[in-house]
Unconditional design. Structure first.
Length: 141
C-alpha cells in the first residue's frame, strides 16, 4: 500500500470517487479548468476513463456512464443528478476563479458562494455532464 493510500484509508472517510460523465473529453476540460488540476486519460482492461491528480490526497475518476452502467445491467442514456449525494471538491484559494470557469466550460452555477460557518464556503454547480457538485474552500476567494 502506498503512503498516500495508507494515509487516505486511515484518516479520510471518503477515499475515492467516480463521477459519471456523458462526454469524457468535455468533462476533462471542465474539471481541469474548474479544479485547476492535472487530469490524465487512462485505459485499463479496455475501459477508458480519466483520473484527477490527487497530489498526495484523495482523488477520483471521470467515468463514461454508458460504458460502466452497461456492465452492471443498467442502460442509462445520460447522466442526471438532480438529487442524491453531493460531492464537495476542493478549490482552496481559487473559489471565485473556479466559479468563473463553470459557465465557460459548459456548466451552470446553481447556488452562489455561501458560508458554512466554521466549515468554510461552498458553491453548488452543475458540471458539463449534468452532475451536481459543490466547490469548497476554507475562505471565500
Amino acid at each position: 500500500m502506498t503512503d498516500t493510500l495508507n494515509h487516505n484509508s486511515r484518516y479520510n472517510r471518503a477515499v475515492w470517487f467516480d463521477i459519471f460523465v456523458n462526454d469524457l473529453d468535455r468533462a476533462m476540460a471542465f474539471y481541469r479548468a474548474v479544479l485547476g488540476c492535472a487530469i490524465s486519460k487512462e485505459n485499463d482492461q479496455g475501459r477508458t476513463f480519466a483520473v484527477l491528480a490527487g497530489l498526495g490526497g484523495n482523488s477520483g475518476s471521470l467515468i463514461p456512464v454508458r460504458e460502466v452502467l452497461a456492465t452492471q445491467g443498467v442502460h442509462a442514456q445520460s447522466v442526471h443528478a438532480a438529487a442524491g449525494v453531493l460531492l464537495y471538491l476542493n478549490v482552496e484559494g481559487r473559489l471565485r476563479d473556479a466559479l468563473a470557469e463553470v459557465h465557460r466550460f459548459g456548466g451552470e452555477v446553481l447556488e452562489d458562494v455561501r458560508p458554512m460557518g466554521l466549515h468554510g464556503f461552498r458553491a453548488v454547480v452543475l458540471d458539463s455532464e449534468g452532475n451536481r457538485i459543490a466547490l469548497h474552500a476554507p475562505q471565500d476567494r
